[in-house]
Structure formats: structure tokens, C-alpha cells
Design a protein around this ligand. Structure first.
Ligand SMILES: Cc1ncc(C[n+]2csc(CCOP(=O)(O)OP(=O)(O)O)c2C)c(N)n1
Ligand SMILES: [Mg+2]
Length: 374
């Protein structure tokens, strides 16, 4: 019975790096239509990552933690959820959030550093992208528990990295979810690094998925660069949670192809050869080969997907190249439900100062115009 909670010896794989179907008794291959539409999101996801990196270099984004190479995890996490479900992403999961259907410009407003940036979590049932490691896992479990108490069929999918599994919050979330049989799927993207800290400094467990049995929930390992396997494994875990089967822990084996963020120099702690070894395992390459082999993907289809991805990138570029219009009065708006007397005073002081500045400016403009006449 307990061994049923253990993950498979090798990560589940349905399409290998050469683009060939590899059979797995437990997980049927998702149908071609789903794979093709998810592949479109992969192509868009890569384009979004590239565009965001370029915008960082142009000073338009403050920071970007890229998911280049991890797009299959990003896409699958969003695609397996129904409209009623909730997604709890991290700072690296921008592509998952956009794939779920949120306006990219709203998503990037946070990373651009606009205050009050971000999106409405309730509209698309996507929690804010969490920067404090593993805190979102507890929130996810809370939302899942509440949904269960209300008799709703909502499932929650919570994402985290390999490094986040060393946080106390990770363990508390796992234990609570298991004890209270919460409909939550934990997805660890094991990209082998937590900034500069490699996985072997993080754990000596046989795998991160093995941790699941310690809490009494099933664990599974999946090839994190295999879109088909991710859709199958995550889809099964979501179905199980919805059917009252409780939580599960999925570890996706992938690789962070870029530095942690633009603020990090990855050459200080890993070699170019290490990164090169992952290039042939790219998630887009293998799914493209597979879909082309089945003639599900044609030249025409590829052009259409590439045009669609370019158009998303153009929207992001256009939006981020436009200066945000900021109303300073909003500084006081969202601090308390009712403004304190100090806030009211400060807001009034700012209003007066801005009015004085505007008056001085228009007087200055008048003087200048008069000077020009003379
Ligand atoms: C509670 C907490 N401690 C430390 C940090 C600093 N920090 C930011 S990202 C990161 C590494 C996280 O690695 P991992 O969980 O593997 O996610 P990845 O960045 O690889 O996606 C650290 C230590 C933080 N954000 N929050
Ligand atoms: Mg990591």
C-alpha cells in the first residue's frame, strides 16, 4: 500500500528528446489536439522569455527571472487547470500566468516596478507571483482547504523550485495538505539550482518526489522538458484531487538554461558544458519533431504559431515602451480601508504642493512666452 506513494524509479517520459513516443503503462499520451494547442503556448512562452530578457537590457524591466528551457512546465501547469481552479505561481512562473490567460502587460507591470502593479488574482484565479520562497504553498493549501469545506470542486496547483523545498513553509504546507486531504497538486520545478546552490547541497533524498511518502501523499517524477508527460502526469494528479483523492507532489526534472536573473552571473558556479548538455533536451525541439512526424504540425501551422508569438511580444514591447502614467495621490489610497488622520493630512499636503508646483510652472511658462514676445 505505502509503496504506491513512491515515485517511479525514472522520471515519467512520453516523448523523448529525439521526438519519439516512449510508452508508459500508467500514462496514456495526451491527444494530438491538446498537444498541438499546448505546443503553441510553448512557442509563445519562449518568445515571451526572449522578449523580457531584451527589455531588461533596455532598462524597461527591472528584473526578469527567465523560464527559458522550463516552458513545458510553465505551459502544462496552466493548461491542466479548469476555469474554477487556482494557480499559485512563483516569480519565475510568468509564462504560466500568461498561459492561464492574464494580460501580459498586467503581469509585467510588477516586474517593471510599477507600484500597485500586477493583476487581479480573483479574475483569473491566479495568486500573485510569490518572491518569498514557499510562502505561496501555504496560501495554496488554505485556498484548497476552504474550497473543500465549501463543497466546491476547485483544485489548486502550487508551484515552487527545488530550493524552496528546504523552507519550513514547504513542509508545513505538505503536511497540512496530507492530513486534511486538501485538493492540491504541488509542482516542484527542479531546475538543479537555487541561484548558485546546486541540488546536492539542498537534499540527499533519492529525489524530491520521494519526500511525498513521508507526509502520506503520492509522489511522482516527470521529465520536465517533456510537455506530453507533464500534461499526462499533472492532468492525472488534478483529476485525482478533484475526485476526492487528496494532494500529490510532482517533481519535474528540468534545467535553468539562463542565469537566476539578470542580476546573477551563472558562469561563476557552472560551466558552459553543463548548460550545453541540456540543449538537445529542449522542450520545444522534441515536441516540434514529434508533431511534425505525425503531420499534426505543418509549415503553415508553424508560421501561424510564430506570428502569434511575435504579436504577443510586440504587445509586450509596445506596452513597456510606453511610460506608465502615475497619479501620486494614489499613494494614500490602498494602505488602509479607511485613511488614518495622518494619511489624510499627508495627502492634503501633497495635493497643495502639487497645485503650487503646477501654478509655478504655468507662471514660468507665461513669463517665458512674454520674454519671447519682447
Ligand atoms: C524566504 C526566502 N529566502 C530567500 C530568498 C532569496 N532567494 C530568491 S530566489 C532563491 C533561490 C530559489 O531557488 P529555487 O527554489 O530552486 O527556485 P528557482 O529560482 O530555481 O526557480 C533565493 C534563495 C527568498 N526570495 N525568500
Ligand atoms: Mg531551482
Amino acid at each position: 500500500m505505502d509503496s504506491a506513494l513512491l515515485p517511479s524509479a525514472k522520471p515519467v517520459q512520453l516523448v523523448d528528446p529525439e521526438g519519439c513516443h516512449t510508452h508508459d503503462d500508467r500514462y496514456p499520451l495526451p491527444d494530438g489536439e491538446l498537444l498541438l494547442s499546448a505546443y503553441g503556448h510553448l512557442v509563445a512562452g519562449r518568445r515571451i522569455n526572449d522578449q523580457a530578457n531584451a527589455l531588461v537590457r533596455q532598462g524597461r524591466l527591472a528584473v526578469y527571472p527567465s523560464s527559458h528551457g522550463q516552458e513545458a512546465c510553465q505551459v502544462a501547469a496552466a493548461v491542466v487547470l479548469a476555469g474554477e481552479d487556482w494557480l499559485f505561481p512563483t516569480y519565475r512562473d510568468t509564462v504560466a500566468v500568461i498561459t492561464r490567460g492574464i494580460d501580459p502587460l498586467q503581469v509585467f507591470s510588477l516586474l517593471r516596478g510599477d507600484w500597485h502593479g500586477g493583476y487581479d488574482p480573483h479574475e483569473h484565479r491566479v495568486a500573485p507571483q510569490a518572491t518569498p520562497l514557499a510562502t505561496q504553498l501555504l496560501h495554496a493549501v488554505g485556498v484548497g482547504h476552504a474550497a473543500k469545506l465549501r463543497g466546491e470542486s476547485t483544485v489548486v496547483l502550487a508551484m515552487c523550485g527545488d530550493g524552496a523545498t528546504s523552507e519550513g513553509d514547504f513542509h508545513e504546507a505538505m503536511n497540512f495538505a496530507a492530513v486534511f486531504h486538501v485538493p492540491v497538486v504541488f509542482l516542484i520545478q527542479n531546475n538543479e539550482f537555487a541561484i548558485s546552490v546546486p541540488l546536492d547541497h539542498q537534499t540527499v533524498a533519492p529525489s524530491l518526489a520521494h519526500k511525498a511518502i513521508g507526509y502520506g501523499m503520492p509522489g511522482e517524477r516527470v521529465d520536465g522538458n517533456d510537455l506530453a508527460a507533464l500534461l499526462a502526469v499533472l492532468g492525472a494528479a488534478v483529476d485525482r484531487a478533484r475526485d476526492g483523492g487528496g494532494p500529490s507532489l510532482i517533481e519535474a526534472h528540468t534545467y535553468r538554461m539562463h542565469a537566476h536573473t539578470n542580476a546573477d552571473d551563472a558562469t561563476r558556479y557552472r560551466s558552459a558544458d553543463d548548460v550545453e548538455r541540456w540543449v538537445p533536451r529542449d522542450p520545444i525541439l522534441r515536441m516540434r519533431t514529434y508533431l511534425r512526424g505525425l503531420t499534426l504540425l505543418t509549415d503553415e501551422g508553424e508560421h501561424a504559431l510564430s506570428d502569434a508569438a511575435d504579436s504577443i511580444a510586440a504587445t509586450i514591447r509596445g506596452g513597456l515602451n510606453t511610460e506608465a502614467e502615475v497619479d501620486p495621490a494614489q499613494l494614500f489610497e490602498y494602505v488602509y480601508a479607511e485613511k488614518t488622520s495622518q494619511l489624510r493630512e499627508q495627502a492634503e499636503q501633497l495635493r497643495e504642493e502639487l497645485a503650487r508646483d503646477a501654478e509655478a510652472e504655468s507662471a514660468g511658462a507665461g513669463d517665458q512666452a512674454e520674454g519671447e514676445l519682447r
